[in-house]
Design a protein around this ligand. Structure first.
Ligand code: NAI
Ligand code: MG
Length: 491
């Protein structure tokens, strides 16, 4: 006899087992109506402004600054002054104290930051809460630990800070990319001018509050918001000693051309078209979870997204079947709902790009599958998508889509998998799913990618260097390697 029969409970059984809404409260975030430029520890009034919105509802959130070349000049000046007036000569153990403080404050205020990140960028709260925020804090903790150990990290090389770092970041992981940039720069004794992406400035602006709380000396970190024009002014500025850029390959190439011969140090973290390679001896259900995480995490707005799935021919059918079934369970919608798996597309511009590439996939002859799902009326949305019957020459197999769109291709032998996986101008990451340890090691040696994940995907840790080959850029962020771009060595 079942529990139900015994109790005689006749309460109605739901016709369909859906989740009740579970929205995270927005009240924890107190937005100002307008934000200026954070320069020399003060808020400066901008001469030009624009409105930043929520991509899930198109609702305006705040007015922010569109920094001009003059504003950038003031920020670089403040950073230079802070560098010369004490920060660069502070003992490493003192710099570490500030970084530890920042890390702890981020942990304390994690919920506030997570809600704001989801509000301004469209990513599910589940991800900003469980991935972006813990990792951002972890980066500050990790690099705090290096600040007084640089001599040991680079023995006999006398490491010194480079000077003023100009840092330009994208919109897919706004606070996390800020942490990746600012933490190693400060640990090494540099000062910073950081420009957030135009669609997601708000967590960087809230971070200025953290800097004040941590009593970081004025001018060590300066934040100037604005679009590509602001970024270009920062790249061009003569007072900047190092540029760190994460974003599109197109802009990265332009920056490299611009800086050639200038003597400025440069690191570029650009696009990707990663191969996620599934062998017939893998744990299938785990692999399917890894495929889903690889491409639908953060709406596919991930430079290392596993956007090309290579499945060994013998198991293609069961993998695609399982994948389609799994897609039906993904919940697309309100980023602030704790049950949401796939949130809003970051901007109208990005949605347009995804649509255009998906149309090209249809036209070139690939077969499209999208699970039935109701998309909200307002805001920018795109259903999780799988393309099968994809040829390597199709645009959807070549170009970075940066959306929730997967292209499925097949292979027969490990050699063929390697050849196809490496057949791309990019080389940021790859995934390998197999039971054989020896095959994992062989694949990792053959794949021209900065990160190779084995039987997992999209795993990050501050101790592990991250960066690309070929058109995915150069330089490493994270780990001991991530210190080097922020140091000079007098031999
Ligand atoms: P983008 O490269 O234009 O923007 C990234 C950052 O660079 C933003 O802060 C932007 O304001 C700044 N920027 C733009 N033009 C600049 C210039 N001339 N000089 C200096 N800074 C400049 O990327 P966008 O237009 O937002 O996205 C286009 C495509 O780029 C995406 O569809 C995606 O494929 C790729 N992308 C890759 C990212 C990655 O993590 N590797 C991140 C963002 C975009
Ligand atoms: Mg652009």
């Amino acid at each position: 006899m079942t529990e139900l029969d015994r109790t005689g409970d006749r309460s109605p059984v739901p016709a369909d087992w859906t989740y009740a809404p579970a929205p995270e409260s927005r009240d924890i975030v107190r937005l100002r109506e307008r934000y200026g430029l954070f320069v020399g520890g003060e808020w400066l009034e901008p001469s030009e402004t624009y409105e930043t919105i929520s991509p899930a509802s198109e609702e305006p959130l705040a007015i922010v600054a569109q920094a001009t070349a003059e504003d950038v000049d003031r920020a670089v000046g403040a950073a230079r002054e802070a560098f010369a007036n004490g920060w660069s000569s502070l003992p490493g153990s003192e710099r570490a104290k500030y970084l530890f403080r920042i890390a702890r404050i981020l942990q304390e205020r994690a919920r506030e930051f997570a809600v704001l990140e989801s509000l301004n960028g469209g990513k599910p709260i589940k991800e900003s809460r469980d991935v972006d925020l813990p990792l951002a804090a972890a980066h500050f903790f990790y690099y705090a630990g290096w600040a007084d150990k640089l001599e040991y990290a680079f023995p006999n090389r006398r490491p010194k800070p480079v000077g003023v770092a100009g840092q330009i970041i994208p919109w897919n992981f706004p606070l996390l990319m800020l942490a990746w940039k600012i933490a190693p720069a400060l640990a090494c004794g540099n000062t910073v001018v950081l420009k957030p992406a135009e669609t997601t400035p708000l967590t960087a602006l809230l971070f200025c509050d953290v800097l004040r709380q941590a009593e970081l000396p004025a001018g060590v970190v300066n934040i100037v918001t604005g679009d590509g024009r602001t970024g270009a002014a920062l790249v061009e500025h003569e007072g900047v000693d190092k540029i760190a850029f994460t974003g599109s390959t197109e802009v990265g190439k332009a920056i490299q051309r611009q800086l050639a011969g200038s003597g400025k140090k440069l690191t570029l973290e650009l696009g990707g078209k990663a191969a996620n390679i599934v062998f017939d001896d893998c744990a299938l259900d785990q692999a399917v979870e890894g495929i889903v995480n690889g491409i639908y995490f953060n709406q596919g707005h991930v430079c290392c997204a596993g956007s090309r799935l290579f499945v060994q021919e013998s198991i293609c059918e069961p993998v695609v079947d399982k994948l389609k079934r799994r897609l039906e369970t993904l919940r697309v919608g309100d980023p602030l709902d704790k049950n949401t798996d796939v949130g809003a597309i970051n901007s109208a511009m990005q949605l347009e790009k995804i649509r255009e590439l998906v149309d090209s996939g249809r036209e070139e002859g690939a077969e499209i599958y999208q699970p039935p799902c109701r998309l909200p009326e307002k805001g920018y949305w795109f259903a999780p998508t799988v393309f099968t019957n994809v040829a390597q020459s199709y645009r959807i197999a070549q170009e970075e889509i940066f959306g929730p769109v997967l292209s499925v291709l097949t292979f027969r032998t490990p050699e063929e998998a390697v050849e196809k996986a490496n057949n791309t101008p990019y080389g940021l990451s790859a995934g390998v799913w197999t039971e054989k340890g020896s095959r994992i090691l062989w694949m990792a040696q053959q794949l021209r990618a900065g990160v190779v994940w084995a039987n997992t995907y999209n795993r990050f840790d501050p101790t592990s260097p991250f960066g690309g080959y070929k058109e995915s850029g150069f330089g490493r962020e994270g780990g001991l390697h991530g210190l080097e771009p922020y140091l000079r060595f007098d031999e």
